[in-house]
Design a protein around this ligand. Structure first.
Ligand SMILES: *Cc1c(COP(=O)(O)O)cnc(C)c1O
Length: 790
């Protein structure tokens, strides 16, 4: 495998990767050999590369344990306010390198492995990605956990331990084919099962109304078994916990009316209960109202709230000091952040616990609930909004339906008093949508039940510092020190070197690492058609692409049931087949679809790219996060004024970003006027030619009709109005190409972009959430380092 630097160079770096003391290295080697022997039960004659990975992972993991236990003891003793980040997705990627970086062990481990004749990067490559997310929403949750630990917040991530994460994408004959992501097959060295904290979760049944309160009875119980994963902060000795729940059938599952012959069937049926945590729904920005998904949502919420309340009760404000738990203190000690509406059931569930179980009055419970919960909205697309049929709720969660009705009754009462006679408003704001099948609008439930609502772009936000690729760090820290890793705003300091020739050369050199990275992807750059070159008419679709000028690397994953998205992948691969084999185009243009995009691939691809395409129609992307990752890693952006692109333009300066296309107001105006794709098609000859070629089978000679439906969609029912931005996009690409011919000027703009990234740090975002939403103060203090060998 090619590497950006030789082993010798890498060992010489006294960079931010941590110093490699000699004692450290010999201890690591001992620990590694001990794990190979005692944990993996192998010797070096029979050990596989995977065994070596596990031995290294276990070695590194040991450095977390003391810090993890100490951090949790510290929280118990200090009893700070806790924040609970509940999410159906945590897109963690790999843990080994992240742990080594945060614990400053990377250099020492690298050297130890080298001395043992092993290549650390090869071992790192054996780790399965924890792909428990679809995209931005799940990756944001993962970054936030990292930032909360790095800022010393007493934080917990709560989610589901899916047995199968996001599917593995194979491209076969140009088509996407999904494979199950059996990520736990070889075991997961980073998790610890905690069967002693198993919780029951109820489903189905009915409610009984008694004078002393409501009872939810005749339910089916599924157990939630927690698995804990350590979340280390950046070099501050803090290790927080991500707790993921796995579904377990109780021992008596389906055995209550046991009779002869029923036993075997009852044991086999345990699978039905355990299916709850079987698989991540592979829908990004799309609501699919499946019963199993609603079960997942309630499962994580119910188990998590039981845990939160147990922890509150044993804390100082709970029964430890006062005889009876004082729930009025709950909002002072607990913040619950809902990552989109997926965990919205936390609101009615908290009400059920407080009212039905803890016997609080409704008004008091409601006040506590609202002051405890906060909600983050992730999308403006209507097809993504969760609207659950009332019928399904009545069947699966009958008590919660009653509670939601009561929340709504009181909510509408307030609105009716404020706006007498305004029936339209009542309908608009109701939690229940009438008309046809009655549905519960989960976003409305979250807004009514939370004290803070934020969108992902307005409040600015997110970016993973995890994606700050090492070569970038090494150059930057020479100039501005390494404090920017804790405070990304310090990247602003780079601006004063924008005319420094040596610095420009260094930055350009860092970006050239892309060729090594591309070779690690084992991409075959051998192909082509002169279509795009002759017509100069590249298509634009809603995918991310990174463009190494001129090879273009689109990547996207289609939800398995999303037909149009799958057809778009097929079109991209078909264009590649033609373009890449055209002798006239030669090597000047390649279209290479990157298979199986995931966190690990993003970490390689993003730092290697020169141009990031963020080309959503204005008003359709809530924020985007990939856009910021590219910017931080030295790509320039071509994009519309949408989502966080707006703030990126503000931070880098309009001169340093390629903005094109309609603004939101233009899109609204076009909607009023009426969008007609054929107007653009008739007016723009290049566009016409491209569309005609796609429709006429130029890219699918064996199946000339293959892409007719895509063309039909673009011409007759394209809700994204792609053609309206086409002309300006092409003009803008010409500007990109002209600038790329001048590497020095290009690199200066890169520097302004990197320097402008401070606002997009997830540390900064979390510090703001802490102060403005959770009423907590982040701390940059370190916990004392534990004696690892204790
Ligand atoms: C950042 C990220 C995403 C989200 O990218 P957007 O451009 O915000 O849609 C998806 N997948 C992976 C692996 C990521 O790292």
């Amino acid at each position: 495998m090619s590497k950006p630097l030789s082993d010798h160079d890498r060992r010489k770096q006294i960079s931010v990767r941590g110093l490699a003391g000699v004692e450290n290295i010999s201890q690591l080697k001992l620990d590694f050999n001990r794990h190979l022997h005692f944990t993996l039960v192998k010797d070096r004659n029979v050990a596989t590369r995977r065994d070596y990975y596990f031995a290294l992972a276990n070695t590194v993991r040991e450095h977390l344990i003391g810090r993890w236990i100490r951090t949790q003891q510290h929280y118990y003793e200090k009893d700070p306010k806790r924040v609970y980040y509940i999410s159906l997705e945590f897109y963690m990627g790999r843990a080994l390198q992240n742990t080594m970086v945060n614990l400053a062990l990377e250099n020492a481990c690298d050297e130890a492995m080298y001395q043992l004749g092993l290549d650390m990067e090869e071992l790192e490559d054996m780790e399965e990605d924890a792909g428990l997310g679809n995209g931005g929403l799940g990756r944001l949750a993962a970054c936030f956990l990292d930032s909360m630990a790095s800022l010393g917040l007493a934080a917990y991530g709560y989610g589901i331990r899916y047995e199968f994460g996001i599917f593995n994408q194979k491209i076969i004959n140009g088509w996407q084919v999904e494979e199950a992501d059996d990520w736990l097959r070889y075991g997961n060295p980073w998790e610890k099962a905690r069967p002693e904290y198993m919780r029951p979760v109820n489903f189905y049944g009915r409610t009984e109304h008694h004078p002393d309160g409501v009872k939810w009875v005749d339910t089916q119980v599924v157990l939630a078994l927690p698995y804990d994963t350590p979340i280390p902060g950046y070099r501050n000795n803090v290790v927080n916990t991500m707790r993921l729940w796995s579904a377990k059938a109780p021992c008596d599952f389906n055995l209550k009316d046991f009779n002869v012959g029923g036993y075997i069937q009852a044991v086999l049926d345990r699978n039905l209960a355990e299916n709850i945590s079987r698989v991540l729904y592979p829908n990004d920005n799309f609501f699919e109202g499946k019963e199993l998904r609603l079960k997942q949502e309630y499962f994580v919420v119910s188990a998590t709230l039981q845990d939160i309340i147990r922890r509150f009760k044993v804390s100082k404000f709970g029964s430890r000091e006062i005889a009876r738990t004082d729930f009025s203190k709950l909002p002072d000690k607990v913040a619950i952040q809902l990552n989109d509406t997926h965990p919205a059931m936390a609101i009615p569930e908290l009400m059920r616990v407080l009212v039905d179980e803890e016997k609080l009055e409704w008004e008091k419970a409601w006040d506590i609930c609202v002051r405890t919960c906060a909600y983050t909205n992730h999308t403006v697309l209507p097809e993504a909004l969760e609207r659950w049929p009332v019928d399904l709720f009545a069947y699966l969660l009958p008590r919660h339906l009653e509670i939601i009705y009561e929340i709504n009754r009181r909510h509408l009462e307030v609105i009716a008093a404020k706006y007498p006679g305004d029936h339209d408003r009542l309908c608009r704001m109701s939690l229940i949508e009438e008309g046809g099948q009655k549905k519960i609008n989960m976003a409305h439930l979250c807004i009514v039940g939370s004290h803070a609502v934020n969108g992902v772009a307005q409040i600015h936000s997110d970016i993973l510092k995890a994606t700050v690729y090492v070569p970038t760090i090494n150059i930057c820290h020479i100039r501005i020190g390494e404090d920017f890793i804790r405070d990304l705003d310090q990247l602003k300091g780079l601006c004063k070197y924008v005319n420094d020739e040596a610095f420009i050369r260094d930055v350009a050199k860092v970006k050239q690492v892309k060729y090594y990275l591309i070779s690690t992807l084992q991409l075959q750059l051998c192909v082509t058609s002169n279509w795009a070159l002759k017509t100069n008419a590249p298509l634009q679709f809603r995918f991310n692409s990174f463009n190494a000028l001129s090879p273009t690397f689109p990547f996207m994953q289609a939800a398995p049931g999303y037909h149009t998205a799958k057809m778009i992948i097929r079109l991209i691969t078909a264009i590649g087949e033609v373009v890449n084999n055209d002798p006239v185009v030669g090597d000047r243009l390649k279209v290479i679809f990157l298979e199986n995009y995931r966190v690990t691939l993003a970490e390689r691809v993003i730092p290697a790219s020169d141009l990031s395409e963020q080309i959503s129609t204005a008003g359709t992307e809530a924020s985007g996060t990939g856009n910021m990752k590219f910017m931080l890693n030295g790509a320039l952006t071509i994009g519309t004024m949408d989502g966080a692109n707006v703030e990126m333009a503000e931070e880098a300066g309009m001169d340093n970003i390629f903005i094109f296309g309609m603004r939101v107001e233009d899109v609204d105006a076009l909607d009023k006027k009426g969008y007609h794709a054929e107007e653009y098609y008739n007016r723009l000859p290049e566009l016409k030619q491209a569309i005609d070629q796609i429709a006429g089978g130029f890219f699918s000679p064996k199946q000339p009709d293959l892409f007719k439906e895509i063309v039909n969609m673009l011409m007759h029912h394209d809700r994204f109005k792609v053609f309206a931005d086409y002309e300006d996009y092409i003009k803008c690409q010409e500007k990109v190409n002209a600038l790329y011919k001048n590497p020095k000027e290009w690199t200066k703009k890169v520097i302004y972009n990197i320097a402008g990234c401070g606002k997009f740090s997830s540390d900064r975002t979390i510090a703001q959430y802490a102060r403005e939403i959770w009423g907590m103060e982040p701390t940059l203090e370190k916990l004392p380092a534990p004696d690892d060998k204790q």
